[in-house]
Ligand binder design. Sequence first.
Ligand SMILES: [Zn+2]
Length: 272
Amino acid sequence: MALTMTAAVLMLLGFAASARWTWWRASVPGLKVLCYHKIGVPPRGSKLGELWVSPEKFRAQIKFLLKNGYTTLLFSDLKKLRAAGTALPEKSVLITFDDGYENNYLDAWPILRELGAKANIFVVFNTIGKVNLWHNPASEPWVNMATLEQLREMQDSGVMEYGSHTMNHPHLSALKPEDAAWEMTESKRQLESAFAREMCAFAYPYGDGAYAPEIRKKALEAGYIFDFSFRQGKTPWPWERETATIDRLFIRGGDNNWDLSLQLSRGASRLF
Ligand SMILES: [Zn+2]
């Protein structure tokens, strides 16, 4: 009787774990792109708390990657790999941050630099040195965005590269086609002038427009080589640029290193 109870409890626990984790799924090949937003503790009143990852967790995640033999790629590395038509290094990962918060400079960059990892930030040009103006502060408090000086310092360290995340972080599909196109072309132009580097990568704010053919066409016409979506998963490599955007692996504040490992191998850790 006791044994049956134990078995039932174990089965229940197993079911609960399976509902969260995807360990039973097969590994899938492809490009692995981690997506982070903010490093730190969510401010009071934040409704997007899961987008904050504590510095301790971030450090543990970067250590996990390096201990497991991962190479961290910059956008320019990905560009070279694509141009050469070569396979991805067996264990490679692209770390990306969306938006360009000051906490990326204060709390992520020192950890990356200390441990020897590299990352990339999708910057919203018009909010450099300001706050996350596109959020309603009633649901997501305004926090500082990195300044131009901070961004330049990170670039000069060789640890960070940048891509565009538009001028103002709009819902691109809600704009007139010419305004959506401007958000993409103008941010590329401004960021290239500010950092004296080619901006080869673009991320759609909210993922909006990533699956709208007329908007995606404008992103590719703007001259970006890579465009990144807001959809969970890995992307087959070699990447078929004309067919689809590049998907990402979303790191949530509550994730542990097992989540990270499952995301890297399975393309997801949680079922929902
Ligand atoms: Zn964003």
